[in-house]
Write a protein that binds this ligand. Sequence first.
Ligand code: 7TS
Length: 448
Amino acid sequence: MTTEVRFALGAKQDRRPGFSRENPDESRPPARFVPSTRLDPLALRADFPILAREVHGKPLAYLDNAASTQKPQAVIETLSEFYRTHYANIHRGVHTLSEEATLAYEEARDKVAAFINAPDRSGVIFVRNATEAINLVAYTWGRASVGPGDRVVVTEMEHHSNLVPWQLLTQEVGAELTHVRVTDEGRLDLESLDHLLQGPVKLVAFTHVSNVLGTVNPAREIVARAHAAGARVLVDAAQSVPHLPMDVEALDCDFLAFSGHKMCGPTGVGVLYGRPELLEEMPPFLTGGGMIRRVTRTEATWNDLPWKFEAGTSAIAEAVGLGVAVDYLSAVGMEAVWAHERELTAYALECLAEMPEVRVIGPPAGERSGVVAFTVEGIHPHDLAQVLDGEGVAIRAGHHCAQPLHARFGLEATARASFYLYNAREEVDRLVEGIKKAQDLFIRRPGG
Ligand code: 7TS
């Protein structure tokens, strides 16, 4: 049975991405596939059915990957195949389907653990998304460990999901919430971190990569400084795990949160990685079925990790789909994904720098991920996004769930293009052309 499930769910994922459909002999990659650190986005696009569609009669240029990414055929097929042939509830039945589903779900956990180099699979907890992972820590570890007069340190560049849970916690227990400053260039001011660490700091919670500025924060350095000050560290990796090689052991953080849907996986499944010894000590988050060991009329004891934190029926098929997404990204190679995004971002920044009305926020290329947020003088970001949509170019406009960060830069909203492995330079050109079109529409140019 085991072999059968592995075969069925592994059939698609074992294909090397980027060339599978054009290559009848799957044992030999075609010439255009370039392994190692380079990838061919045009070849990879063939794996993502949605990228073949048109929007308003134009080919889709999907540049909203920081919000969510598209799904490769292997993930889509896995969901369908799992429901068609292996689906049942997990961890409870002795019947064949339940055993198959349990095996597939737990294999997905192993894949995720390997992907982030987690030293122990028991620290990999499936949750709904990064937001839930952070709330889990705030409600369990936070309520048990942070008290009156203690300090929680976040940064000015947090997504609301890594800010509001800490606002509620500190308000509730009478602790202090402080923010590491962001410089005009969009970097964290590490001097202000050191200053904030000189106090009763219980936790430093920060984003590895900003979803607005694209800044890649020096995470190892921050973790080391926070630990030296006696604090625990939570890394919001929603914008890093999908884009760069992650080694949670080397990073040495206490908690790490990310979402499956931002890394080619399905919605409804995300991950909290935690140090098992901390997770052991923490009270449970949600309670009920699956997370207990023994229940009497009045009391209960908890299941082993990681199931202690997986109450109720999990997003089973989605977790299996996330495992396949991880296989897909691993086959492409995270070094290659990262290098490609940085190259594309450098090109986008170069093009936008030639447009005097465009103001990009965030650090220079080389210090950032594939996220580019900007304003265009005289055009509201929503108007710009609408014109671009008419051209088939999908970007996001607004505050991107980072209002304090926008306020820091004196802005209400920005337009944001964000890239992934399947984006190509031509799509950056179409973004630039779309901005010019919006300028022609909204700004009467001399002689225009
Ligand atoms: N943390 C960061 C840094 C994020 O960018 C996001 C989502 C989250 C947490 C929350 O992720 P979720 O899956 O739980 O919703 N960021 C965005 C964005 O930039 N646009 O839409 C969602």
